[in-house]
Design a binder for this molecule. Structure first.
Ligand code: 13P
Ligand code: SF4
Length: 348
């Protein structure tokens, strides 16, 4: 598509309004009018394709900032984006995130064509367990409630009683009537659930599988101690996919959405964000007065998204970019996610 110089200049200025604040750029780029001009034809084309195809783009906060601020219609954490996928009236949902998120969108909006820019955008948690593994765990613990973290495949969700996200996991697990809980696939989140339930005086046995998030498992307490020594007044903010030790050494633990709310509401000289770097980029844009010290890491799967792949997938998706699910499996997975919506406190 051809755009006039005037349209490109206006788009570059619009992009610059957000991107100029990003220092934690995954490719080390410095955003200025020139770099914004380079991507402006792409964002203009994508935004035009969205109108032509009645498409909506859901962006997880971990994808690159030019996607979040250039073409994203909704940006946020897994819970927020699954709500938006459920409400979507669009013919096409493009999920700039990872494949399990796009599958969740298809489960909740089966009438829409759901597309992913890169079929290789897996997740070390979602890829750690199969539906057959969950069936085996269910047969070992027939009295247990089977709970899956949303970072799981549709096949796994179809075997589970209820799904949770990082934003509602503690409340939902605490509210389940069963004393025994099989929790998949995140072993470290399971440790954090045990800790939190002990704090709340809730007695439950949590049996977990062995998955971990390759990004969050790498943070350690030594790093927190060093940072606190160097930056007095520092606030440490972590995700429940981190180890229990890291979570306990943090000032705040929550979903990426809750982490953002906490930083925006907190006055402190510095913040250490123990999560994926994309979240720091979002905070730099939306709360430019705050200071972030190093610590975040890149998720290689989230970084497989790009404006070029989004444009190509919207123009004419290749078969592997279109999410398809067996209808029986989809309905079983939908029951597991709908149970989550029923059990989630309104404020999440
Ligand atoms: P959130 O739902 O908190 O955004 O987490 C998603 C995720 O993949 C974290 O690694
Ligand atoms: Fe999966 Fe971890 Fe990447 Fe999130 S950050 S998508 S949990 S690998």
């Amino acid at each position: 598509m051809n755009f006039t110089d005037v349209a490109i200049e206006a788009e570059a200025e619009r992009l610059l309004g957000s991107l100029m604040h990003v220092e934690c750029d995954p490719k080390g780029r410095k955003w200025n009018l020139e770099t914004c001009r380079e991507i402006a034809p792409l964002t203009l084309e994508i935004n035009q394709l969205k109108q032509e195809k009645n498409a909506v783009i859901l962006t997880h906060s971990y994808v690159e900032p030019e996607i979040v601020y250039g073409v994203g219609d909704f940006k946020g954490d897994s819970y927020f984006l699954s709500l938006k996928a459920k409400e979507a009236q669009a013919d096409v949902i493009l999920f700039a995130g990872v494949v399990f998120m796009a599958e969740t969108a298809k489960i909740l909006s089966p009438q829409a064509t759901v597309i992913v820019p890169d079929r290789g955008s897996g997740c070390s948690l979602a890829d750690s367990i199969t539906g057959a593994d969950v069936k085996r765990m269910k047969s070992l613990y027939p009295d247990a409630a089977v709970v899956c973290y949303i970072n799981s495949t549709a096949e796994v969700k179809a075997e589970c009683d209820v799904c949770v996200t990082s934003g509602n996991v503690y409340d939902i697990v605490a509210a389940l009537p069963q004393q025994r809980i099989v929790f998949v696939p995140d072993r470290l989140m399971a440790d954090n659930i045990r800790h939190e339930l002990r704090q709340r005086g809730v007695n439950k046995e949590i049996i977990s599988s062995d998955g971990t998030c390759m990004v969050h498992e790498e943070f350690d307490v030594a790093q927190i101690k060093q940072a606190r020594a160097r930056f007095p007044g520092l606030k440490v903010v972590s995700h429940p996919e981190c180890t229990e030790e890291v979570a306990q050494a943090s000032d705040f633990v929550g979903s990426t959405g809750a982490m953002m709310k906490y930083v925006k509401a907190t006055q402190a000289p510095y913040f250490l964000m123990l999560t994926e770097c994309g979240l720091v980029g979002r905070l730099e844009v939306e709360d430019p007065e705050k200071n972030f010290i190093g610590g975040c890491r890149l998720c290689p799967y989230m970084k497989l998204n790009s404006l070029e792949k989004i444009r190509d997938a919207l123009r004419a998706p290749r078969p592997e970019q279109i999410v398809t699910l067996d209808e029986n499996l989809r309905q079983r997975a939908a029951r597991c996610i709908d149970r989550m919506f029923e059990l989630t406190p309104a404020a999440t």
